[in-house]
Design a protein. Structure first.
Length: 297
């Protein structure tokens, strides 16, 4: 196993987590990212107590623990989201990880700039709490169907938004949960972006995309025809050798965890076939297992 960049997969945090992990451990994943969805379905501390002895026994690490809620909302749902995210920060050490990830949230039906004051208010406090516990916060770069002018879940979707976010909360323990897919479907070239922002990448989702250039040329991106497909690494357009090389050049240390259940080709009964191929492909792109250099006397 390499010590600097691990290759793993996302696992849902629920009552079936331990059983699911036991079934996929033999496939060779080096890390798991535990995602609780939009709200806790199990006690995160209790879940850590059940799965961590198993993971330690197999030398598997946790890349991140995640909660994809909307802490910027001003209603009861937003209050619950903020409380649950703070709870996740509090128990991250139980998973032996320093990365907590999720969405920034967004003021519903508002533009990204209009959400920034609320972002500063909410995440300034949460990031300070995380910093006191040596925890880093990583926001996924998924638009969740939103645009610059309007959306409902997340503002951390493109570089223009990141500039506003990191200016509003200039703390070293806030960054990105990055993947090329969400940038490619916005027709952003992921590699130049990664070179610029790699110092802010704390966790990587292993998800790729196939861009249907013939559809774009014929119908554009506003027609009902699908012009981009979400793919498992190894099946999409990205060369992950280049992606991992840029991560290494930027001194990234952490996990690339495959975000499965999105590939339209390798889904359903082929889901784990696709994920295991993606894991092996990413290990190949990384350089397989670490080999120490000889010592010359």
């Amino acid at each position: 196993m390499q010590e600097d960049i691990l290759i793993g997969t996302l696992v849902q945090g629920n009552e079936n987590t331990e059983s699911y992990i036991r079934q996929i451990i033999p496939y060779g994943f080096e890390s798991f990212a535990i995602t609780f969805g939009s709200t806790f379905k199990v006690d995160p501390a209790e879940l850590a107590g059940r799965i961590m002895p198993l993971l330690r026994a197999h030398n598997i690490r946790i890349g991140a623990v995640s909660l994809y809620c909307n802490p910027l909302k001003t209603d009861e749902e937003g209050e619950k989201a903020r409380a649950e995210f703070a709870r996740l920060i509090d128990c991250a050490h139980l998973y032996e990880t320093d990365v907590v990830s999720g969405f920034t949230g967004r003021l519903p039906d508002s533009s990204i700039p209009e959400s920034i004051p609320r972002f500063k208010e909410v995440w300034g406090a949460l990031a300070d709490l995380a910093g006191q516990k040596n925890i880093r916060i990583a926001w996924e770069n998924c638009p969740m169907g939103g645009t610059w002018k309007k959306g409902s879940h997340n503002i951390a979707c493109n570089p223009a938004a990141w500039e506003l976010m990191f200016e509003a909360v200039p703390l070293p323990n806030i960054g990105l949960e990055w993947e090329p897919c969400h940038q490619m479907v916005q027709l952003i070239d992921p590699l130049p972006q990664l070179r610029q922002w790699v110092s802010k990448v704390f966790h990587v989702h292993g998800k790729d995309a196939t861009i249907l250039k013939d559809v774009i040329a014929r119908d554009g991106i506003s027609s009902p025809k699908e012009f981009a497909l979400h793919r498992t690494p190894g099946f999409g357009d990205s060369n992950w050798t280049d992606v991992i090389s840029e991560l290494r050049r930027g001194k990234f240390k952490g996990s690339i965890d495959i975000e499965g259940w999105h590939d339209q080709v390798y889904g359903d009964k082929l889901e784990m076939t696709g994920q295991v191929h993606g894991m092996r492909y990413l290990k190949f792109c990384r350089g397989e297992n670490f080999i120490p250099c000889p010592v010359f006397h």
